[in-house]
Design a protein around this ligand. Sequence first.
Ligand code: FAD
Length: 395
Amino acid sequence: MSEAVVVIGAGQAAAQLALSLRQGGYAAPIRIVGDEGHIPYQRPPLSKEFLAKYRDPSALFLRPESFWREKDVTLDLGTAVAQVEPDQRRVTLADGREIEYGTLAFATGTSARIPPLPGITLPGVFSLRKIADVEQLRPALNAARRVVIVGGGYIGLEVAAVTVSEGREVIVLEMEDRALKRVAGPATSTFFDTYHRGRGVDIRLGARLTAIEGDERAKSVRLASGESLAADLVLVATGACANDELAAAAKLACQDGILVDEFARTSAPGIYAIGDCTRFPSRRYGRRVRLESVQNAIDQAKAAAGAILGKPQPYDPVPWFWSDQYDIKLQIAGIAEGFDSAEVVGDPASNRFAVEYRCGGRLIAVDAVNDGRAHMMSRRRIAEETAAEAAPARA
Ligand code: FAD
């Protein structure tokens, strides 16, 4: 049987897995297959400084190309894995090549969630997940005066910050009653809402998009209220879905994400899954979670490497995440969902504060705004308080 490790996807998690395997002394072949044409790169700057100061994409590369050669990691780029046959321990690429593996890892990430609405495929409508998206979006932004961003999550708000700072008119449409609802509590949402409005962003809450209008390209957006808003450019930033179709087709257990255990093992022998594409059991939070963060991609990849190297260490992190908007850094530790009390520490008016979320008296999450120290301390405090009464994960 082949001893090769084959990784599907060439993103943050794939890069970390290959690196950790080599650091751990894994000597057999490692091969990463990625459908984008780039060596592994970091995505966070795509909606922040890379969009603002657009330059050579190599600025985003996690390691130079020479590094992968030195580590003897083979990169098959610009080609997708089209089929996985677990019984044969074989994958087939879209270009027809077949590759045998001893161990396989899915690191397929997520895709932008695009609502199936009239006009959504018109020229002038964009989404943002990869370098190729910025390569299209940036020139279009340069020509746009009025930008409509659909979705007031972190990507939508980060792009709003970049574009309004360039002097463009920016409208953010948010279906919910507050921005950042999926990732942060009300006090944090209010702070960012106020900050953006103060910079000139027109945030429309409870605004549901029903169509994008235009003949040859997007000209306006239509809301459920019947209102129509002119737009030179529309960015759809309405979340992401796990790329789990390939795994599901190979009969791996999936549930909005590839299901893995605390060692990143899927339901099929010899197959792991890591990063954004997975749903894993969190004993801390007593449920399965799917995370979209650099922390998770890196740390879950390390856990998978440990298991492959025969030194398994269960993965049960205090997740953390950051977002940069203007001169504000938001750092989120833990998962606030299900909190029963929220306490603001510090003064939001000073642009430096934290929000502590508790459930049954235990600290489960903290949003820190421009307060790196509070963030670092909260990671330790949450780890202690959530470990004390860790509940078994539900399936
Ligand atoms: P990815 O990095 O998405 O890599 C997956 C790769 O697999 C992709 O290249 C995909 O095309 C490829 N692929 C999929 N299917 C196949 C196939 N069948 N064959 C071959 N290749 C395939 N996180 C933070 O913590 N902080 C931030 O500030 C932050 N900002 C972000 C801003 C943007 C605009 C985006 C898009 C993401 C941001 N994130 C941020 C999230 C973070 O980038 C992801 O969590 C991280 O990249 C996940 O790594 P991954 O390896 O799981 O997936």
